[in-house]
Design a protein around this ligand. Structure first.
Ligand code: PLP
Length: 400
């Protein structure tokens, strides 16, 4: 959640009047009850699915994980889907066969840390590529400026559920003979030019973390289309074991379990409908925010159909007499919780400073301006209205 700091003194007489009306200064809030930021409720069918695994006593990855893999492969348009413990190790398992220690890997400066930290864990060097200011996705022109002789791969995150410019990534990768890993941790069922995400790249990874559009608590999926790569990933996932206690290579235990598999299968039944609902909310937000001066709505990559894991907008700080955190604190008081994804660009993270060349101005700037509005499939028309009214009210009070 955004941090709460005391708003600055507001200047004009009109703004002072508007300020008095803000709930954070004692005015009446737009909504006495907060709009729920996310919806994680399980159904009885979800609980029954997990309980039947518990009753069976077969807790390890077994039939339900296999079922999830088969269904995920068909829903995302790929040949092979493998469950694993979480989205971080999904990335690690994808990188290990495709990237060698010492390689340079082009990575987004604007993403969650795992996209990059698993490149570092592989012993490779992340080369940060800046973000596009409107879509927040990797800027392939900047990638062209930053590629080195030593670059062997590119990792691109479909951030907030919006696909990157996949055509640009694919043609760049082909030209430079790069492996491509797409981090789709936030982009379950997104499409690009009518095609499913599993059709692109060497590997695609997903997180099934508790708050994701598709969640099993902890969990992950890796997809690919090459049999040899799928075999290698499957071996790495389970100690390189080809027969019981015969280890062909050194690997890990990064397996899922069948409780998570069963929960995934059960929740998958609703994912398509829930994604439609998220798009409905996003369309309504787009329409409302277009009317509000000083608020910049997210833009989808041309040809993409995002799934809005997060609806992240920007405050135009030149138009506002407050910081992003002050704006979010005022929204919270009106009944609209927000969250900041992310308060720092990745090159600005202490853990990754070593690779920071201070050449990602867009990503660094986004950290000051972005905030996410409530987004989930259960938002009612009235809650959407409350969000729009609150953003409008706070923007009116803080606009220069
Ligand atoms: C873009 C991105 N990549 C990777 C991950 C890592 O996934 P997990 O938390 O399941 O390890 C996340 C999770 O938040 C993410 O958002």
């Amino acid at each position: 959640m955004a941090t709460t700091t005391a708003p600055k003194v507001i200047r004009s007489a009109r703004q002072q009047e508007m300020q008095r009306m803000l709930a954070i200064f004692g005015g009446t809030p737009v909504s006495p009850a907060p709009v729920p930021f996310m919806s994680t409720a399980l159904t009885q069918a979800d609980k029954d699915a997990v309980n039947s695994v518990l009753d069976s006593g077969m807790l390890r990855a077994a039939k339900r994980c296999e079922e999830l893999e088969t269904r995920w492969a068909s829903m995302t348009g790929c040949e092979y889907a493998m469950t694993c413990a979480n989205g971080t190790v999904a990335l690690q398992l994808a990188y290990e066969p495709l990237v060698q220690p010492g390689d340079d890997v082009l990575v987004p400066a604007w993403s969650y840390i795992a996209t990059v930290s698993m490149v570092v864990a592989r012993g490779a060097n992340p080369v940060f590529v800046d973000a596009l200011p409107d879509t927040y996705q990797i800027d392939m022109r900047d990638a062209a400026r930053k590629i080195t002789r030593n670059t062997t791969a590119i990792a691109a995150t479909h951030l907030y559920g919006c696909p990157v410019d996949i055509d640009a990534v694919e043609s760049f990768a082909e030209e430079h003979n790069l492996a491509v890993v797409y981090d789709a941790a936030q982009a379950h069922l997104a499409t690009y030019k009518g095609r499913k995400l599993g059709e692109f790249g060497d590997a695609v990874t997903y997180s099934l973390y508790a708050t994701k559009n598709f969640a099993t608590g902890e969990g992950g999926l890796i997809t690919c289309n090459e049999e040899s790569l799928a075999r290698e990933i499957a071996l790495l996932r389970s100690h390189g074991e080809t027969e019981k206690y015969l280890h062909e290579q050194v690997g890990y235990n990064y397996r899922m379990n069948d409780m998570a598999g069963a929960l995934g299968c059960s929740r998958l039944d609703r994912l398509i409908d829930q994604t439609v609902q998220r798009r409905r909310v996003a369309n309504a937000y787009d329409r409302m925010l277009r009317q509000i001066d000083g608020i910049i709505a997210p833009v989808a990559t041309p040809g993409s159909d995002p799934v809005y894991h997060l609806y992240v907008c920007q405050l135009d700080l030149r138009r506002m007499n407050c910081t992003r955190d002050e704006f979010c604190a005022a929204l919270k008081a009106e009944g609209v919780p927000t969250a900041v994804h992310y308060p720092r660009s990745l090159p600005q993270q202490p853990a990754l400073m070593k690779w920071n060349k201070n050449d990602n101005p867009v990503a660094d700037g986004l950290a000051q301006r972005v905030f996410a509005l409530p987004m989930h499939h259960d938002l009612t028309d009235d809650q959407i209205r409350i969000v729009g009214e609150s953003v409008h009210k706070v923007a009116e009070a803080y606009r220069n």
